[in-house]
Ligand binder design. Structure first.
Ligand code: ATP
Ligand code: MG
Length: 570
């Protein structure tokens, strides 16, 4: 491809809504154009990278016996009704009616369609295992699309689904996919971590996220300094600290109200009482989808973890925190003056409150708290791990120290068990002729997100630094004198020789100043830059620069093709 006849327009500025470097660079390098919120046109250069990633994915999945299929994007409501997800997915599913007023949605994920695809054909244990996958455009009506392709509404995903005859066999499929993912992300040459992740509410299931490490990542990870333990902070178990008994006994030691006018935050209360925040008790209120309210107690210094609360309560989705008005209705007081005493709702206590005595909680009367409260003063559902882990917490695996890192979730392996086969009645006959539910797994990989994540993880102040494996072009020739009879024929020949050798080569043959060309070459970020100008050609040489290291080398023209091929092989 030559610049002079390509649709490529680089920009000096990026739009205001491009908040992170990869998004800014993608727009500036002409890879991407926004059509609407979370919806983009992928330009030619972007699509080349996407296609390369897709090929790596296909290569690795085909190698373990997965079969590529393509399911529809438009899906009938009836299938989603079978699993109850038509309602459960809420507004994330874009729903619409056709001319006959029949309801459909755009596929945000394909468990329903794929289960329907296999359910009447996979009749015998002899047909198992099976793994199918597709690479397809998904639509999710994300509340807050942002960061370009990172959280789009329309995006490209590879989703695979495994079907097995037992939990044991399903684990084998899971491991196969897990290892294929490792090979795929290794091929990208990026720093990734595999972390344990939330499994939803499917007993005994497991889930691993593949995370690229980058400061702009939306996920927070907890990684052990000593062992290879890593998890998404959503689920990182907090190893109960052995805390000394806390006794906050005040005045006569009786449980009684005292005025705390205007003291609504833990911080203000701690200041007022000259008490540490970790010795105060925080009262929070949540509700599940049925409207049942719950009370959660943690130390004042801890943060409640809604994914853990979801698990403890046995819910399908994280509970919703009550609005101040709802809290008022429930407790007679606004948040900040509420506590567990005298309420008639299930109350769950974080494990670090075990040794608390005579503590302070809200009095359920605005601007009053209660002192000398004990755990025996209210009914409760016992102690649980309900809080978010913190830097330097103990590793649940080895006791070492955890540190935090931000990550971009690029892939997700998920053992589903029989969740979908059960609700959709997908059975097979086992060796004894008995009907059994299919054991399933699903495995997502965000193709468009990964391309941008690769840029987020690999760029500098001048532009993109593409990994060789998914670079739109491997070599960028800066032809500095396209009008010169001495330079141009050599540049053209070099370009053709590389193409013949199977190299993806791009040539900047515009009539622009060298400075402009170098700036654009850095911005576009193809791994190997070759500069050809009158001066060096007169010396029988050309210059080769590696984008990542900016290492530059003069090479004899005759040796240049071999040199470039060597750099591409790595
Ligand atoms: P997230 O927590 O980031 O919303 P998810 O858990 O909803 O992700 P999955 O349903 O497991 O994601 O989807 C599989 C993969 O698809 C994810 O690992 C991610 O790489 C990608 N993906 C999910 N949502 C988006 C999105 N809105 N834009 C781009 N890629 C996405
Ligand atoms: Mg999501």
């Amino acid at each position: 491809m030559k610049w002079s006849n390509s649709f490529l327009f680089t920009k000096k500025e990026s739009p205001a809504d491009a908040e992170i470097p990869s998004h800014q660079l993608m727009v500036r390098a002409g890879l991407l154009k926004k059509v609407g919120p979370g919806v983009f046109t992928y330009g030619y250069f972007c699509l080349r990278s996407i296609r390369k990633l897709e090929q790596i994915v296909r290569r690795e999945l085909d190698a373990i016996g997965c079969q590529e299929i393509l399911m529809p994007m438009v899906q009938p409501r009836s299938l989603w009704e079978e699993t109850g997800r038509w309602e459960e997915m809420g507004d994330l599913l874009l729903k619409f009616q056709n001319r006959n007023e029949q309801w459909y949605c755009l596929g945000g994920t394909h468990e329903e369609v794929v289960t329907d695809f296999v359910r009447n054909d996979l009749q015998s244990y002899k047909n198992l295992p099976q793994i199918v996958y597709q690479i397809q455009t998904k639509y999710r009506d994300e509340i807050r699309p942002r960061f370009g392709l990172m959280r789009g509404r329309e995006f490209i995903m590879k989703d695979a689904y495994s079907f097995d005859l037992s939990e044991e066999a399903a684990q084998v499929s899971y491991q196969k996919l897990y290892q294929a993912y490792e090979r795929i992300f290794h091929a990208l040459g990026l720093d990734f971590r595999i972390v344990e992740a939330d499994t939803g509410n499917i007993g005994g299931s497991q889930s691993h996220e593949f995370q690229l490490l980058a400061d702009a990542g939306e996920d927070q990870l907890m990684i052990c300094k000593q062992c290879d333990y890593a998890s998404n902070i959503e689920i990182t178990p907090v190893v109960a600290k052995t805390l000394p008994e806390y006794d906050g006994k005040k005045e006569g030691g009786f449980k009684e109200e005292f005025a705390t006018k205007g003291l609504r935050s833990i911080k203000d209360l701690a200041n007022h009482l000259s008490e540490k925040e970790e010795n105060l008790v925080k009262t929070l209120f949540y509700a599940d989808e049925e409207g049942q309210a719950y009370c959660i107690l943690t130390r004042g210094s801890d943060t409640a973890n809604e994914v853990k609360i979801k698990k403890v309560l046995g819910l399908a989705n994280p509970p919703r925190m009550l609005e101040p008005e709802e809290v008022k209705q429930l407790t007679s007081a606004m948040p900040g003056s509420c506590g567990p005493v005298g309420l008639n709702i299930p109350t769950y206590i974080d494990q670090h409150l075990k040794n608390f005595k005579n503590f302070v909680v809200g009095a359920n009367r605005d601007d009053f708290h209660l002192m000398n409260v004990n755990l025996s003063d209210f009914a409760n559902e016992g102690f649980h791990d309900l809080i978010v882990a913190q830097e330097a917490d103990a590793c649940p695996n080895c006791g070492g120290s955890l540190y935090t890192k931000r990550g971009i979730e690029v892939g997700h392996c998920f053992y589903l068990g029989t969740k979908y086969s059960k609700s959709m009645n997908a059975t097979f006959l086992d060796q004894n002729g008995k009907a059994q539910l299919l054991e399933m797994g699903c495995y997502g990989l965000g193709v468009s997100r990964t391309v941008q994540a690769a840029i987020e993880a690999s760029h500098d102040k001048d532009g993109i630094i593409w990994p060789m494996s998914i670079a739109p072009f491997q070599v960028h020739i800066c032809n500095l004198d396209p009008d010169s009879k001495d330079v141009d024929p050599i540049a053209q020949k070099f370009y053709e020789d590389l193409q013949t050798a199977g190299v993806d080569v791009f040539m900047d043959d515009r009539k622009e100043r060298p400075g402009v060309k170098f700036k654009d070459a850095d911005l576009l970020g193809f791994p190997v830059r070759v500069t050809m100008g009158a001066k060096s050609i007169a010396n029988g040489e050309i210059e080769i620069v590696q984008r990542r290291t900016k290492e530059s080398e003069k090479v004899k023209i005759d040796a240049a093709v071999a040199k470039v091929l060597g750099l591409i092989k790595g």
